[in-house]
Design a protein around this ligand. Structure first.
Ligand code: NAP
Length: 249
Protein backbone atom coordinates (compact mmCIF):
# COMPACT_ATOMS: atom_id res chain seq x y z
CA UNK A 1 0.00 0.00 0.00
CA UNK A 2 1.25 3.47 -0.86
CA UNK A 3 1.91 6.15 1.74
CA UNK A 4 -0.91 8.28 0.30
CA UNK A 5 -3.38 5.57 -0.71
CA UNK A 6 -6.98 6.83 -0.75
CA UNK A 7 -5.99 10.48 -0.42
CA UNK A 8 -6.99 13.31 -2.74
CA UNK A 9 -4.35 15.96 -3.39
CA UNK A 10 -4.27 19.34 -5.09
CA UNK A 11 -0.95 20.77 -6.33
CA UNK A 12 -1.00 24.28 -7.76
CA UNK A 13 1.57 24.76 -10.50
CA UNK A 14 1.91 21.10 -11.39
CA UNK A 15 3.02 21.36 -15.03
CA UNK A 16 6.77 21.51 -14.42
CA UNK A 17 9.57 21.43 -11.88
CA UNK A 18 8.83 20.68 -8.24
CA UNK A 19 5.05 20.58 -8.77
CA UNK A 20 5.28 18.05 -11.61
CA UNK A 21 7.70 15.80 -9.71
CA UNK A 22 5.51 15.99 -6.61
CA UNK A 23 2.49 14.97 -8.69
CA UNK A 24 4.54 11.98 -9.92
CA UNK A 25 5.50 10.97 -6.35
CA UNK A 26 1.96 11.48 -4.97
CA UNK A 27 0.50 9.32 -7.75
CA UNK A 28 3.14 6.64 -7.13
CA UNK A 29 2.15 6.65 -3.44
CA UNK A 30 -1.49 6.00 -4.30
CA UNK A 31 -3.11 9.46 -4.24
CA UNK A 32 -5.54 10.93 -6.75
CA UNK A 33 -3.97 14.21 -7.85
CA UNK A 34 -5.28 17.48 -9.28
CA UNK A 35 -2.72 19.81 -10.83
CA UNK A 36 -3.18 23.36 -11.98
CA UNK A 37 -1.41 25.56 -14.48
CA UNK A 38 -2.24 28.59 -16.60
CA UNK A 39 -2.63 26.84 -19.95
CA UNK A 40 -4.46 23.79 -21.24
CA UNK A 41 -1.48 22.92 -23.48
CA UNK A 42 1.04 22.73 -20.63
CA UNK A 43 -1.40 20.74 -18.52
CA UNK A 44 -1.89 18.26 -21.37
CA UNK A 45 1.88 17.96 -21.77
CA UNK A 46 2.23 17.28 -18.02
CA UNK A 47 -0.60 14.73 -18.14
CA UNK A 48 1.27 12.82 -20.86
CA UNK A 49 4.21 12.47 -18.44
CA UNK A 50 2.16 11.22 -15.50
CA UNK A 51 0.50 7.92 -14.78
CA UNK A 52 -2.54 7.46 -12.53
CA UNK A 53 -5.75 9.26 -11.51
CA UNK A 54 -4.96 12.83 -12.56
CA UNK A 55 -7.24 15.86 -12.77
CA UNK A 56 -5.65 18.74 -14.72
CA UNK A 57 -7.38 22.09 -14.13
CA UNK A 58 -6.65 25.44 -15.77
CA UNK A 59 -6.39 27.94 -12.95
CA UNK A 60 -4.25 31.04 -12.41
CA UNK A 61 -2.98 31.19 -8.83
CA UNK A 62 -2.84 34.98 -9.10
CA UNK A 63 -6.54 35.27 -9.93
CA UNK A 64 -7.87 35.71 -6.41
CA UNK A 65 -11.62 35.31 -7.20
CA UNK A 66 -10.67 32.32 -9.38
CA UNK A 67 -9.58 30.38 -6.26
CA UNK A 68 -13.21 29.86 -5.29
CA UNK A 69 -13.91 28.50 -8.79
CA UNK A 70 -11.04 26.03 -8.36
CA UNK A 71 -12.44 24.90 -5.00
CA UNK A 72 -15.93 24.52 -6.52
CA UNK A 73 -14.52 22.38 -9.36
CA UNK A 74 -12.79 20.06 -6.86
CA UNK A 75 -15.98 19.84 -4.82
CA UNK A 76 -17.81 18.61 -7.93
CA UNK A 77 -15.19 15.94 -8.60
CA UNK A 78 -14.15 14.64 -5.18
CA UNK A 79 -15.84 13.85 -1.83
CA UNK A 80 -13.03 15.50 0.13
CA UNK A 81 -9.52 16.89 -0.13
CA UNK A 82 -6.68 15.59 2.06
CA UNK A 83 -3.61 17.40 0.71
CA UNK A 84 -3.13 20.91 -0.65
CA UNK A 85 0.25 21.95 -1.96
CA UNK A 86 0.45 25.63 -2.82
CA UNK A 87 3.40 25.59 -5.19
CA UNK A 88 2.64 27.93 -8.11
CA UNK A 89 4.66 31.11 -7.88
CA UNK A 90 5.57 34.31 -9.63
CA UNK A 91 9.37 34.29 -9.48
CA UNK A 92 9.97 37.81 -10.81
CA UNK A 93 13.32 39.17 -9.56
CA UNK A 94 14.02 42.86 -10.24
CA UNK A 95 16.04 45.75 -8.82
CA UNK A 96 13.88 48.20 -6.87
CA UNK A 97 13.99 50.82 -9.64
CA UNK A 98 12.30 48.45 -12.07
CA UNK A 99 9.33 47.39 -9.96
CA UNK A 100 5.96 48.74 -11.02
CA UNK A 101 2.97 48.64 -8.72
CA UNK A 102 1.24 46.33 -11.18
CA UNK A 103 4.09 43.80 -11.15
CA UNK A 104 4.32 44.00 -7.35
CA UNK A 105 0.57 43.39 -6.96
CA UNK A 106 0.70 40.51 -9.41
CA UNK A 107 3.50 38.77 -7.48
CA UNK A 108 1.77 39.27 -4.14
CA UNK A 109 -1.54 38.02 -5.57
CA UNK A 110 0.11 34.85 -6.89
CA UNK A 111 2.45 34.06 -4.00
CA UNK A 112 0.52 35.26 -0.94
CA UNK A 113 -3.05 36.45 -1.41
CA UNK A 114 -4.18 33.75 -3.87
CA UNK A 115 -2.93 30.86 -1.67
CA UNK A 116 -4.71 32.35 1.37
CA UNK A 117 -8.04 32.64 -0.43
CA UNK A 118 -7.57 29.20 -1.97
CA UNK A 119 -7.24 27.66 1.50
CA UNK A 120 -10.27 29.65 2.65
CA UNK A 121 -12.34 28.40 -0.29
CA UNK A 122 -11.21 24.80 0.25
CA UNK A 123 -12.14 24.64 3.95
CA UNK A 124 -15.53 22.91 3.43
CA UNK A 125 -13.78 20.19 1.42
CA UNK A 126 -10.76 19.61 3.65
CA UNK A 127 -10.78 16.35 5.57
CA UNK A 128 -10.09 16.13 9.30
CA UNK A 129 -6.50 14.99 8.78
CA UNK A 130 -5.73 17.36 5.96
CA UNK A 131 -2.19 18.51 5.31
CA UNK A 132 -1.54 21.88 3.69
CA UNK A 133 1.96 22.43 2.28
CA UNK A 134 3.08 25.94 1.42
CA UNK A 135 6.09 26.06 -0.90
CA UNK A 136 8.28 28.92 0.22
CA UNK A 137 11.88 29.68 -0.63
CA UNK A 138 15.23 30.20 0.99
CA UNK A 139 14.74 33.81 -0.15
CA UNK A 140 12.33 34.16 2.76
CA UNK A 141 15.33 33.82 5.12
CA UNK A 142 18.35 35.30 3.34
CA UNK A 143 18.74 38.35 1.17
CA UNK A 144 20.07 38.07 -2.35
CA UNK A 145 20.10 39.80 -5.68
CA UNK A 146 16.81 41.37 -6.80
CA UNK A 147 14.81 39.12 -4.46
CA UNK A 148 13.30 41.67 -2.04
CA UNK A 149 9.69 41.41 -3.21
CA UNK A 150 9.79 37.67 -3.92
CA UNK A 151 11.45 37.01 -0.54
CA UNK A 152 8.95 39.15 1.35
CA UNK A 153 5.97 37.38 -0.24
CA UNK A 154 7.52 33.96 0.49
CA UNK A 155 8.19 34.99 4.11
CA UNK A 156 4.53 35.97 4.38
CA UNK A 157 3.41 32.68 2.85
CA UNK A 158 5.56 30.65 5.24
CA UNK A 159 4.18 32.64 8.15
CA UNK A 160 0.73 31.27 7.26
CA UNK A 161 2.03 27.84 8.33
CA UNK A 162 2.06 29.14 11.90
CA UNK A 163 -1.00 31.39 11.83
CA UNK A 164 -3.24 28.99 9.95
CA UNK A 165 -2.18 25.89 11.88
CA UNK A 166 -3.16 27.76 15.01
CA UNK A 167 -6.49 28.76 13.55
CA UNK A 168 -7.33 25.40 11.95
CA UNK A 169 -5.87 22.97 14.50
CA UNK A 170 -9.24 22.06 16.02
CA UNK A 171 -10.40 20.94 12.57
CA UNK A 172 -7.36 18.60 12.40
CA UNK A 173 -5.77 20.58 9.58
CA UNK A 174 -1.97 20.89 9.66
CA UNK A 175 -0.23 23.62 7.70
CA UNK A 176 3.52 23.40 7.07
CA UNK A 177 5.98 25.20 4.85
CA UNK A 178 8.39 23.46 2.50
CA UNK A 179 11.29 25.70 1.66
CA UNK A 180 13.45 24.82 -1.33
CA UNK A 181 16.94 26.12 -1.87
CA UNK A 182 18.35 26.30 -5.39
CA UNK A 183 16.70 23.45 -7.27
CA UNK A 184 17.15 22.32 -10.87
CA UNK A 185 13.88 23.16 -12.63
CA UNK A 186 12.76 25.28 -15.56
CA UNK A 187 12.73 28.39 -13.38
CA UNK A 188 15.95 29.82 -14.82
CA UNK A 189 15.25 28.90 -18.48
CA UNK A 190 14.14 32.38 -19.44
CA UNK A 191 17.62 33.71 -18.57
CA UNK A 192 19.28 31.90 -21.47
CA UNK A 193 22.02 29.24 -21.28
CA UNK A 194 25.00 31.52 -20.52
CA UNK A 195 23.47 33.43 -17.62
CA UNK A 196 21.93 30.19 -16.36
CA UNK A 197 25.33 28.43 -16.35
CA UNK A 198 26.88 31.38 -14.47
CA UNK A 199 24.13 31.27 -11.84
CA UNK A 200 24.50 27.51 -11.41
CA UNK A 201 28.30 27.87 -10.96
CA UNK A 202 27.78 30.55 -8.34
CA UNK A 203 25.19 28.41 -6.54
CA UNK A 204 27.45 25.35 -6.51
CA UNK A 205 30.05 27.54 -4.81
CA UNK A 206 27.72 29.10 -2.24
CA UNK A 207 25.40 26.24 -1.28
CA UNK A 208 27.04 24.55 1.75
CA UNK A 209 26.47 21.09 0.23
CA UNK A 210 28.07 22.35 -3.03
CA UNK A 211 25.34 21.28 -5.35
CA UNK A 212 21.89 22.24 -6.59
CA UNK A 213 18.94 20.19 -5.38
CA UNK A 214 16.64 18.16 -7.59
CA UNK A 215 12.87 18.49 -7.92
CA UNK A 216 12.61 14.85 -6.81
CA UNK A 217 14.30 15.69 -3.50
CA UNK A 218 11.66 18.35 -2.87
CA UNK A 219 8.89 15.97 -3.97
CA UNK A 220 10.04 13.30 -1.49
CA UNK A 221 9.90 15.88 1.31
CA UNK A 222 6.40 16.85 0.15
CA UNK A 223 5.32 13.19 0.41
CA UNK A 224 6.45 13.17 4.05
CA UNK A 225 4.52 16.36 4.84
CA UNK A 226 1.47 15.11 2.94
CA UNK A 227 1.37 11.69 4.59
CA UNK A 228 0.22 10.67 8.06
CA UNK A 229 3.92 10.03 8.87
CA UNK A 230 4.10 13.76 9.64
CA UNK A 231 0.95 13.75 11.78
CA UNK A 232 2.85 15.41 14.66
CA UNK A 233 4.48 18.05 12.42
CA UNK A 234 2.50 21.28 12.38
CA UNK A 235 3.13 24.97 11.92
CA UNK A 236 6.75 24.52 10.89
CA UNK A 237 8.94 24.95 7.83
CA UNK A 238 10.94 22.07 6.40
CA UNK A 239 13.98 23.44 4.62
CA UNK A 240 15.31 21.33 1.76
CA UNK A 241 18.00 23.71 0.65
CA UNK A 242 21.48 22.19 0.89
CA UNK A 243 21.96 24.17 4.10
CA UNK A 244 21.99 27.59 2.42
CA UNK A 245 19.22 28.97 4.65
CA UNK A 246 20.97 28.02 7.90
CA UNK A 247 24.74 27.68 7.48
CA UNK A 248 27.52 30.13 6.81
CA UNK A 249 29.49 29.56 3.61
N1 NAP B 1 13.66 26.11 -8.44
C1 NAP B 1 14.20 26.75 -7.43
O1 NAP B 1 15.42 26.95 -7.36
C2 NAP B 1 13.32 27.24 -6.29
C3 NAP B 1 13.96 27.78 -5.16
C4 NAP B 1 13.18 28.23 -4.11
C5 NAP B 1 11.81 28.14 -4.20
N2 NAP B 1 11.21 27.63 -5.31
C6 NAP B 1 9.75 27.59 -5.32
O2 NAP B 1 9.33 26.29 -5.70
C7 NAP B 1 8.08 26.38 -6.38
C8 NAP B 1 8.16 25.64 -7.70
O3 NAP B 1 9.18 26.22 -8.47
P1 NAP B 1 9.83 25.47 -9.72
O4 NAP B 1 11.27 25.81 -9.71
O5 NAP B 1 9.41 24.05 -9.76
O6 NAP B 1 9.18 26.30 -10.92
P2 NAP B 1 8.81 25.92 -12.42
O7 NAP B 1 9.52 24.70 -12.90
O8 NAP B 1 8.97 27.19 -13.18
O9 NAP B 1 7.26 25.57 -12.29
C9 NAP B 1 6.35 26.53 -11.85
C10 NAP B 1 4.97 25.94 -11.91
O10 NAP B 1 4.05 26.93 -11.44
C11 NAP B 1 3.08 27.16 -12.45
N3 NAP B 1 2.67 28.55 -12.36
C12 NAP B 1 3.42 29.66 -12.42
N4 NAP B 1 2.63 30.74 -12.27
C13 NAP B 1 1.37 30.29 -12.11
C14 NAP B 1 0.13 30.90 -11.89
N5 NAP B 1 0.00 32.24 -11.83
N6 NAP B 1 -0.97 30.12 -11.75
C15 NAP B 1 -0.88 28.77 -11.83
N7 NAP B 1 0.29 28.13 -12.03
C16 NAP B 1 1.39 28.89 -12.17
C17 NAP B 1 3.74 26.78 -13.75
O11 NAP B 1 2.72 26.38 -14.64
P3 NAP B 1 2.36 27.10 -16.05
O12 NAP B 1 3.57 27.83 -16.50
O13 NAP B 1 1.98 25.92 -16.90
O14 NAP B 1 1.21 27.98 -15.72
C18 NAP B 1 4.56 25.57 -13.31
O15 NAP B 1 3.73 24.43 -13.24
C19 NAP B 1 7.75 27.86 -6.48
O16 NAP B 1 6.89 28.22 -5.42
C20 NAP B 1 9.10 28.53 -6.31
O17 NAP B 1 8.98 29.83 -5.80
C21 NAP B 1 11.94 27.18 -6.36
Amino acid sequence: MGRLTGKHALITGGTSGIGLETAREFLAEGAAVAITGRSRERLEEAARQLDGPLLPIVSDAGDVPGQAALAARLQEEWPRLDIVMSNAADVTHLPIEEWTEEAFDRLVATNLKGPFFLIKALLPLLSRQASVILVGSVSAFIGHENAAVYGAAKAGLLSFSRGLTYELKDRGIRVNGLSPGPTLTGTFNSLGPERQAAIYDELRRTVPLHRIGTATELAKAAVYLASDESAYTAGTVLRVDGGIGELAY
